[in-house]
Design a protein around this ligand. Structure first.
Ligand code: ATP
Ligand code: MG
Length: 636
C-alpha cells in the first residue's frame, strides 16, 4: 500500500488512523519517501500550543526548490512544469519545462544575490499572474530569502503597509498588468507606495505591458537586463527545517490582515501530500487552479504542491469574463485540463450569466473539479457538478486558511462520497473538534460548534510576523491547547463536516445560534437570485433580527417585490425554519468583496446596524463602489 496516494475509502480510514495514532511515524515515512534532504531530522515533531511553538522535522536540512526543480531534472526535464495562458487569447500560451524553469529560477536567484539579498531578507513580490511570479518566488526560496507576495491589485496604501510590516528590502514588480480589457500600471502603484517605505532598497521591474514607467536611478532596474548577465547555475542555500519560507497576509475579511509566517519542511511535505491526494494527480495530468498566487491557494496549489509532485500546472493571467464568460472552458479544452480548482464566487458569477457559455463545451478531459475560499451554496455546487463536471467529476469542496497552509477538510475524489455544501472529512493527520462556547468539546455526531484543531499538522503557520502575541491571542487563547479556526461548523449524522460561516458572523436570534452559510444557501436556491449575504441587527424582541442583502441574476418576469420577498422567506422556512426568516431584504447590484472574492459581511453588518461611520477600511475591497449605493438604499 502506498500511503502517498490514497485510492479507496478503506485505505483512507487506515491511513487516517495511522496518522492520528502515530503521527510522527506517519509523517516521517512520507517525508522520507517523497523528498530529498541534505540532512534528515533528529526529531519529527515537538509542540506546545500554550506558547505556541511547533517544530516539524527539527534538525533536517533541505531546500524546497531542490524538491520542486532539481530532482525532476533526472526524469522530467522536458516535461512542462508551467503552462502560461496569457490574458488575451490571441497571445500564444507558453509551455515552460522543468529544465527551463530551473534555469530561470537560478538566474533570478543570482540577480537577487547580486543586488544584495541574503538569506532571511524579505522580498516583496507584486506581480501579475505571469511566469516571472513563479520564478521570483522560487528564486527567493532558492537563496533562503523570505517572499511576501502581495496581490497585484491592492492599492499603494495597502501595499506600503505590507512592505513596512515585514521590512522588505527588495520589490519585484512589473511595468503593468493586463486584466481583461483593462491595463493596470503596477509600477506607478509601487512608486506611490514606496514614498512611505524608506527601507526598501531595490526594485526589479519585469516588462509585461510595455507602457511608460518612471525608473529611479540606482533603485529601479529592468529585470530582463540583469537576467541576461546572470549565470544559470545557483546552488541552493541549505535551509533548516524551521527556517522561514514566506510571509503571506490573510485576505482581511474580518479586519486587519495578519502576516502569517510559514516555514520550510513541514509546509513542503504537507502541501505536496495534499496536492497529490486531493486532486488524485497522476503523472501526465494537467492541473489548473484559477486562484491568484497572491493568496494561500496559489502558493500551495499553483506553485509548491504541484511542483513538488512534478506536475503540470496552468497559470492564467486573465479573468473569467474576458473576452467572454466562456474563457475558463475554452482554456480547459485548449490545454486538456484534468483537474480544475476555483472559488465559489467565480462559479456564482459564471452561473449568473447562464448555462449557454458552458453547455457547448464537452470538457471531456476533466476528472476532478474543486472549490475553495467560501462556503459553496447548494445551487452553485449543483450547477458546477452539472455543467462543468457533467455529473462525472467529483466536486471537492476544500476548506483551509492562510494559517493552515494546506487543505484541511476535503473529500478525496473517487474515494470520499461527496455531498453538496459539505467539505466532508478531515484530511489525513487533521484532528478536528467542535467546541461549545464554554470550551467543552461536542462529542458524537449531529452537533454544531466552533471548529478547532487539536493537534499540530506540518504546514501550520508558526507565527504572525513580528507579533507572536497576536498569534497566540488570535488562535490559541480561545480554547485551551487547541488551534481555533474562527469558523463554525456542523458534523452530520455520518460525521461529515459542513462549514457554517465565520464565528464572528453567527447571529443569535431569539436565543438560537444561526450560521450565515445555511441561510444564504437557502436564499440562493431561488432561481432568480445570484448571491446573498445575511447579517444581524439589533431587535427589541428577538435580540437580533436578520437582514439579507441580495443580488439578482435578472429581474424575474412580472416582477412583484412583495411576492419575491415572500418566496425568499418561504425557502428559508422550508430549509432551516421560520426562526431564520429575514426581517429586512435589500436588493443590490453587488455585494462588497475582498480581492480574493469573499463577501465582507462585517461591512454589511455595520450598514444593517445603521453605523455608517464605523465601516472601517474599505480600500482593499474589490468593489468599493457598491458600498455607496448599498448605504443609500439601506432599510432603516
Ligand atoms: P482574515 O483572516 O484576515 O479575516 P480570511 O479569513 O478571508 O481573512 P483566508 O485565509 O484567505 O483569509 O480565508 C480563510 C477562510 O475562508 C476560512 O477561515 C473560511 O472562513 C473561508 N473558507 C475557505 N474555504 C472554505 C470552504 N471550502 N468552505 C467554507 N469556508 C471556506
Ligand atoms: Mg481568516
Amino acid at each position: 500500500m502506498s500511503q502517498y496516494h490514497i485510492k479507496n475509502l478503506q485505505e483512507y480510514l487506515q491511513v487516517y488512523k495511522k496518522s492520528i495514532d502515530e503521527p510522527e511515524t506517519f509523517w516521517a515515512e512520507i517525508a522520507e519517501e517523497q523528498f530529498i534532504w541534505h540532512k534528515k531530522w533528529n526529531k519529527v515533531l515537538s509542540w506546545d500550543f500554550t506558547k505556541p511553538e511547533v517544530k516539524w522535522f527539527e534538525g533536517a536540512q533541505l531546500n524546497i526548490t531542490e524538491n520542486c526543480l532539481d530532482r525532476h531534472l533526472i526524469t522530467r526535464a522536458n516535461k512542462t512544469a508551467i503552462i502560461f495562458e496569457p490574458n488575451h487569447p490571441n497571445e500564444k500560451a507558453q509551455h515552460i519545462t522543468y529544465a527551463a524553469l530551473y534555469e530561470q529560477v537560478c538566474k533570478m536567484a543570482n540577480v537577487l544575490k547580486a543586488k544584495g539579498v541574503q538569506k532571511g531578507d524579505r522580498v516583496c513580490i507584486y506581480l501579475p499572474m505571469i511566469p516571472e511570479l513563479t520564478v521570483a518566488i522560487l528564486a527567493c526560496a532558492r537563496i533562503g530569502a523570505v517572499h511576501s507576495v502581495v496581490f497585484a491589485g491592492f492599492s499603494a496604501t495597502a501595499l506600503a503597509t505590507r512592505i513596512n510590516d515585514c521590512n522588505c528590502k527588495m520589490m519585484i514588480t512589473s511595468d503593468g498588468s493586463f486584466r481583461g480589457a483593462k491595463t493596470l500600471n503596477l509600477k506607478q502603484i509601487v512608486d506611490d507606495a514606496l514614498v512611505n517605505c524608506k527601507d526598501l532598497e531595490t526594485v526589479l521591474v519585469v516588462k509585461r505591458t510595455g507602457e511608460e514607467v518612471q525608473m529611479e536611478i540606482e533603485r529601479d532596474f529592468w529585470l530582463e537586463e540583469l537576467l541576461n548577465e546572470a549565470s544559470p547555475i545557483c546552488p541552493a542555500e541549505i535551509m533548516a527545517a524551521e527556517d522561514p519560507l514566506f510571509i503571506l497576509y490573510t485576505s482581511g475579511s474580518t479586519g486587519k490582515p495578519k502576516g502569517m509566517l510559514h516555514t520550510t519542511a513541514g509546509y513542503m511535505v504537507y502541501t505536496a501530500y495534499t496536492f497529490k491526494n486531493v486532486f488524485q494527480y497522476e503523472e501526465n495530468d494537467v492541473y489548473w487552479c484559477t486562484a491568484d498566487v497572491g493568496w494561500i491557494t496559489g502558493h500551495s496549489y499553483i506553485i509548491y504542491g504541484p511542483l513538488c509532485n512534478g506536475a503540470t500546472s496552468v497559470m492564467f493571467e486573465g479573468v473569467p469574463s474576458f473576452p467572454d464568460y466562456s474563457r475558463f472552458w475554452q482554456i480547459v479544452e485548449k490545454h486538456n485540463v484534468n483537474q480544475f480548482y476555483t472559488a465559489p464566487t467565480a462559479i456564482r458569477a459564471l452561473a449568473k450569466e447562464g448555462k449557454n457559455y458552458v453547455e457547448v463545451f464537452k470538457l471531456k478531459s476533466l476528472k476532478v473539479i474543486g472549490t475553495v475560499g467560501e462556503p459553496i451554496n447548494e445551487e452553485a455546487w449543483k450547477w458546477y457538478n452539472e455543467y462543468v463536471g457533467k455529473h462525472k467529476c467529483p466536486v471537492v469542496d476544500t476548506w483551509f486558511q492562510t494559517e493552515t497552509g494546506g487543505i484541511m477538510i476535503t473529500p478525496i475524489p473517487y474515494v470520499t462520497p461527496t455531498k453538496p455544501t459539505f467539505a466532508t472529512l478531515p484530511f489525513i493527520g487533521v484532528q478536528l473538534a467542535l467546541m461549545d462556547d464554554e470550551g467543552k468539546e461536542f462529542k458524537g455526531n449531529q452537533v454544531a460548534g466552533r471548529l478547532t484543531i487539536k493537534f499540530p499538522w506540518p504546514s501550520m503557520a508558526r507565527s504572525i510576523w513580528g507579533d507572536h502575541e497576536r498569534y497566540k491571542n488570535t488562535y490559541f487563547s480561545t480554547f485551551k491547547n487547541q488551534y481555533f479556526t474562527g469558523d463554525g461548523a456542523l458534523r452530520d449524522a455520518t460525521g461529515f463536516y459542513r462549514i457554517t460561516g465565520r464565528v464572528d458572523d453567527i447571529i443569535i436570534v431569539s436565543g438560537h445560534n444561526l450560521g450565515t452559510a445555511p441561510i444564504e444557501d437557502a436564499i440562493n436556491e431561488h432561481e432568480y437570485i445570484a448571491e446573498s449575504a445575511v447579517v444581524g441587527f439589533p431587535h427589541e424582541v428577538k435580540g437580533n433580527a436578520l437582514y439579507g442583502f441580495i443580488t439578482l441574476k435578472e429581474t424575474p418576469p412580472n416582477f412583484n417585490l412583495e411576492a419575491l420577498e415572500k418566496q425568499i422567506n418561504t425557502l428559508i422556512a422550508t430549509h432551516i425554519g421560520p426562526i431564520a426568516k429575514l426581517d429586512k431584504i435589500q436588493f443590490t447590484e453587488g455585494l462588497p468583496k475582498t480581492r480574493s472574492g469573499k463577501i465582507m459581511r462585517r461591512i454589511l453588518r455595520k450598514i444593517a446596524e445603521n453605523k455608517i461611520d464605523e465601516l472601517g477600511d474599505i480600500s482593499t475591497l474589490l468593489n468599493p463602489d457598491c458600498v455607496d449605493s448599498i448605504i443609500e438604499n439601506r432599510l432603516v
